[in-house]
Design a protein around this ligand. Structure first.
Ligand code: 9WN
Length: 435
């Protein structure tokens, strides 16, 4: 059984691997390279094909802009089978955009630092992989400098996202409060996603109007970060994005220490690390909810909802013992009932929860992977094991889907796997979790 599942996962990754040296998340639905997908995908490949794992990361970092920015989608082809594609995003408006690749002008959670560290671990610290890490690590470091120097508007070590697509959790109910403050025009466009996936499982047309409008504002300012910080109606401190940055910082510190030298880089990373953790605890922790939440910088207030992103600070080592215990209680009480798989993407006890719709409730394997490692880091091994077992069970029952219903149903009669099929990070992270 174990071997069969792993072989199926390997096939998903092999089939989605492209001649350009990168892997698409899912055939038809997502035909390009996505930033955080690439990180997770590399971890899967590393268990059976180190060369492909390396090329995934190398290709992504090859698309880095001159200012250190790494885009959320790299458009390796001019295919118009995804909307919005390169002609809508127009990354060339930014004076330092890559000349080699067209891309979006927004980013995604900074996972590449901890991915490099895990690649080295999977490769048993072998010399070739160490050489690879040495050849790429400065690009990731430059990316962290870009984030701290351009997106930390309060100077406290937390960086903003200006678009829901930057969070990776695209249509989370968290953003509904922000949509209520906006009134974008009705765009005319042809959706491509809903020709691959049941529209009931995807964001609505009106939500897309908001998504496009924020991009239009960023384009009016040629994707200039300072102007975006001034004008974007969406300006948020995301616990997920910041936790990934903090964990990746920690990985860079560990890797540079192994490499030796690099004193200046180490002291920069260490000072940011301390400041970011302190601010995450001060600004994003909500003691009433017993969880980390998002902060709306534009409207200067916390957005008080619990989602799977609320627990990602475990992975970053941010909460103290007291917070950690409160978070575990919240997780068990709201998300962990007997009839549920862990971990729903949004609070199942809230009336905005929707078990079938994308980031409004379903379980996502990448968030589970982050949670598994975070809970283990804090010694909650039983709960971590449950997250792992649930992830494997969902894939075994329903296949390598993009997301899954968190309600326990009968696999013989109910189809609880949603979104894209043969989804790369579900396959890659299953392999990593099983090894
Ligand atoms: C927009 C590729 C990406 C993931 C995101 C997921 C989804 C894109 C979309 O697919 O977003 O970036 O078109 O819906 O939400 O996390 O990286 O798998």
């Amino acid at each position: 059984m174990r071997e069969q599942l792993i072989n199926r996962a390997i096939k998903v990754l092999e089939d989605n691997y492209q001649p350009g040296g990168f892997t698409i998340p899912s055939e038809g639905l997502y035909p390009f390279q996505w930033k955080w997908d690439s990180g997770f995908i590399a971890l899967g490949f590393a268990h059976f094909d180190l060369e492909k794992a390396k090329s995934e990361i190398k290709t992504l970092l090859d698309a880095q802009w001159e200012n250190g920015f790494i885009p959320h989608i790299v458009f390796h082809t001019d295919s118009d089978s995804y909307f919005p594609g390169p002609d809508f995003h127009q990354s060339d408006l930014h004076p330092q955009a890559s000349e080699k690749y067209r891309s979006t002008g927004m980013t995604q959670p900074p996972v590449t630092g901890f991915v490099l560290e895990r690649l080295l671990e999977i490769a048993n610290e072998d010399g070739d992989m160490m050489e690879f890490v040495k050849s790429q690590i400065d690009k990731v470091y430059t990316n962290h400098i870009y984030l701290y120097e351009n997106r930390d508007v309060e100077g406290n070590g937390l960086v903003y996202i200006y678009h829901n697509w930057e969070s990776g959790t695209d249509n989370s109910p968290i953003w509904d409060d922000i949509w209520e403050t906006m009134d974008p025009p009705e765009y005319q466009f042809e959706r491509r996603d809903t020709s691959h996936v049941d529209p009931a499982q995807r964001p609505s047309k009106r939500e897309y109007d908001h998504y496009l409008y924020i991009i239009d504002i960023a384009k009016q300012h040629n994707y200039d970060d300072a102007k975006i910080a001034e004008h974007s109606p969406f300006l948020v401190l995301d616990p997920l994005f910041n936790s990934m940055l903090i964990r990746s910082n920690e990985a860079l510190i560990n890797l540079y220490t192994k490499i030796g030298g690099n004193e200046e880089k180490l002291s920069y990373l260490k000072s940011k690390q301390e400041q970011s953790i302190a601010s995450l605890n001060e600004k994003l922790y909500n003691s009433t909810l017993g969880a980390y939440v998002h902060f709306d910088l534009r409207n200067n207030k916390q957005i008080p909802y619990v989602s799977s992103s609320s627990f990602t600070p475990f992975f970053a080592g941010a909460p103290d013992k007291e917070k950690a215990e409160a978070m575990v209680n919240t997780l068990q009480q709201k998300f962990g009932g007997e009839g549920r798989y862990l971990c729903a993407s949004f609070d199942p006890t809230h009336d905005r929860f929707n078990p079938r719709k994308y980031w409004r409730g379903p379980v996502w394997i990448n968030l589970n992977w982050i949670l598994f490692h975070g809970l283990n880091r804090y010694g909650y091994h039983d709960l971590a094991d449950r997250v792992k077992t649930d992830s494997l069970k969902l894939i075994e029952n329903y296949g390598f889907h993009e997301y899954f219903d968190s309600r326990k149903t009968n696999p013989d009669t109910d189809n609880s796997g949603y979104g894209g099929d043969n989804f790369s990070w579900s396959a890659a992270l299953l392999i990593d979790l099983m090894n």
